[in-house]
Ligand binder design. Sequence first.
Ligand code: NAD
Length: 492
Amino acid sequence: MSSHVVPPLKDKSLFKQGCFVDGEWIQAKSGQTFEVQDPASMGKIGTCPEFTKEDTEAAIAAAATALLSWRTATGRQRARILRKWYDLMIENADDLATLITWENGKPIAEAKGEVVYAAGFYEWFAEEAPRTYGDTIPATVPGNRVITVREPIGVCGLITPWNFPAAMITRKIGPALAAGCTIVAKSPGETPFTANAIAELGKRAGVPSGVVNIVTALKNTAEVGETLTSNLTVKKVSFTGSTPVGKLLMKQSSSTLKKLSFELGGNAPFIVFDDADVGKAVEGAIASKFRGSGQTCVCANRIYIQRGIYDEFSKKFAEKVRGFKVGSGYADGVTHGPLIHSRAIDKVEAHVKDAQSKGAEVLTGGQRIPDLGINFFQPTVLTGMTADMQLASEETFGPVGALFPFDTESDVVALANKAEVGLAGYFFSRDVQRVWRVAEALEVGMVGVNTGLISDTAAPFGGVKFSGFGREGSKYGVEEYQTIKTITFGGM
Ligand code: NAD
């Protein structure tokens, strides 16, 4: 097993083993808890409350009461609190990163990067909060005047995943609070402690009681999910996770007609044309594919290389991957940590074996690393990939760089668009006409041109097709948490 020493938190009071409801840290009414494990060592980190429907309803009620005053606070008042929360996250970045690495496994440098990105959503939406303008509309009816105002939609249910324990929750809380909404967030059962530490910092920043409520569950995940999606008080649900769970939550939300934003799985194509700078394309593919050990929704999954540069790209790409160091996220020089759980490892292994059985070649990796722990898998490069392999149509969510050869631009665009999901897509080319053509042709919500990294608090984030709908971050993020009210003045 990996040697694994967790650095102590500078502020131990940020480690909360409870749920945050109405400004207090509490336990489930039943007293039940679940255990959270470190994916690197499988050691126990701590416990969190196993919330039920009844516990969750109490959190929703607290959010409904808090809404009465939070919705009437001015944008500037809300902005000051969000800004203070941002400052506290940055001041406590080391502790937050320690918690992320502990429960998610990603290397500490990457975890620190996530904290800065995550805090950035509070900074960004603090700036947006005072600027949620309406319109003045020239009426077509004589004597009428029309204006619109943007109002908070109400209590929001947020459901977030484990791959970015900090950023996925701040990307939802930031715009919700800026809009004047109050929230009940179900943090991921795998990584609840980062969200808890952020909530504690929110309390210190002056977020009023009941405005932010964090609930946890593992065994009762579906029960809590159903409560958030079927409770009439909750007016909006924002979810990041897998497409099957998204479909279930949408069905559950239908009887109460909630407004929804879903950011679901991807299966990103990463295309390198033979007019590209191959060295830069390799760097871009490494960044896009292997961040978080391949467990991000915008990770390159299918890497398409034009035949003329296929061998050169494969060689350079595999060389970089051989240089990775896998291990505990706290250890010096480690570039890649464990995967989140054994189901993730099983999926990665199944995809690799399926590709091999259909003729793919392993250039490097391809195996579990039992000496490090049960959740470790070698960073892997596969060549000779074909469209009939499982990995071509399913997101692997792991450290496998799968290289598919292609011949023409129209072939590769057709292959890229064959996926039923459409979150991110990337390509490298130096031909300016091709850049426009392909950027427009890809059926995705976000395109990276000559870059493998596209996440930015200022840029809209979201997908099309089975990757979901709605946009997070950017100037559009707040709109997801608002309704537009039209006010018509007659008799002028
Ligand atoms: P998942 O969709 O099962 O879980 C994601 C989150 O949703 C979890 O934190 C979980 O607590 C919650 N969840 C699950 N079922 C729920 C329910 N019935 N009601 C309410 N909440 C529920 O994903 P997973 O098993 O953790 O990972 C499997 C796949 O999901 C991955 O391979 C990947 O494709 C996808 N995924 C995508 C993202 C993303 O950022 N879009 C993040 C994590 C996982």
